[in-house]
Design a protein around this ligand. Structure first.
Ligand SMILES: Nc1ncnc2c1ncn2[C@@H]1O[C@H](COP(=O)(O)OP(=O)(O)OP(=O)(O)O)[C@@H](O)[C@H]1O
Ligand SMILES: O=C(O)c1ccc[n+]([C@@H]2O[C@H](COP(=O)([O-])O)[C@@H](O)[C@H]2O)c1
Length: 202
């Protein structure tokens, strides 16, 4: 787990990063700036519990590519979930919180994940324990209108103009951050790579 100093504000950005891309970097940059983070932990998951792992690249490769994409020293690329044997976010966050007293954490995710957040293990516990920042993504901008998470925690929504203080709010507290958006996705990149491979073999 990355080293932190007491009093820091740390964003936790979990993902498959299969492969990582500039859309992820944009999310990290927006989160660092708008949430006024001291650090952002780019947490490469051993495997999203809800995704098929057949096309998941090895963790070492996803780590290496993530590191190459993120020169900002405030971004700490880590795969500590593998070390602690965890892929459920609720469990990981419980562990992180217990190990780091005096640190303020914010969970960060793209707007597409807001739509399915109610299928995550102990999702309500996550939302009642950690402030959450949802970053806009093409195709999911209106997700907050329909998602179960947004409806359940409607009254805990914080105006994005106050995102800089989100880490200091008592959970449940969440915000939806609009701003520059990237249409990139790992699945599109994987598809393109497959097509290129097929073309090479012709
Ligand atoms: N272009 C993007 N804009 C905003 N958020 C994004 C973008 N791409 C990924 N994210 C967010 O980054 C986190 C990690 O995403 P992930 O590694 O699954 O990438 P992905 O591009 O969504 O992958 P896939 O296409 O395989 O589902 C998630 O919270 C996801 O919502
Ligand atoms: O804990 C869960 O049930 C859970 C279900 C789906 C996704 N997650 C986490 O959400 C993060 C984003 O996942 P992904 O695959 O969209 O990049 C990553 O850290 C996953 O481990 C967690």
């Amino acid at each position: 787990m990355p080293h932190v100093e007491r009093g820091m504000v740390v964003g936790l950005f979990g993902g498959s990063f299969n492969p990582p891309h500039e859309g992820h970097v944009l999310v990290a940059e927006i989160a660092l700036r708008r949430l006024q983070l001291d650090q952002l932990w780019w947490m490469v998951t051993p495997g999203n519990p809800l995704k098929d792992h057949r096309h998941l690249a090895p963790l070492e490769e996803r780590l290496r590519l993530s590191e190459a994409l993120t020169p900002d020293p405030r971004i700490k690329v880590t795969a500590f979930e593998k070390t602690i044997g965890q892929s459920y976010t609720a469990k990981t966050l419980e562990f992180v919180k217990a190990r780091n007293p005096g640190i303020r954490f914010v969970w960060i995710m793209g707007a597409d994940n807001l739509q399915g957040f109610h299928r995550w293990q102990n999702w309500q516990k996550i939302a009642r324990t950690f402030p959450i920042a949802v970053i806009d993504r093409p195709g999911s901008t209106l997700a907050y209108l329909s998602s179960r998470m947004a409806k359940t925690f409607d009254r805990a929504r914080v105006d994005e103009d106050d995102a800089g203080a989100l880490a200091f709010r008592k959970a449940p507290a969440w915000t939806f951050i609009h701003g520059p958006r990237s249409p990139l996705s790992s699945s599109a990149l994987r598809q393109r790579l497959e097509l290129e491979k097929c073309a090479d073999h012709k």
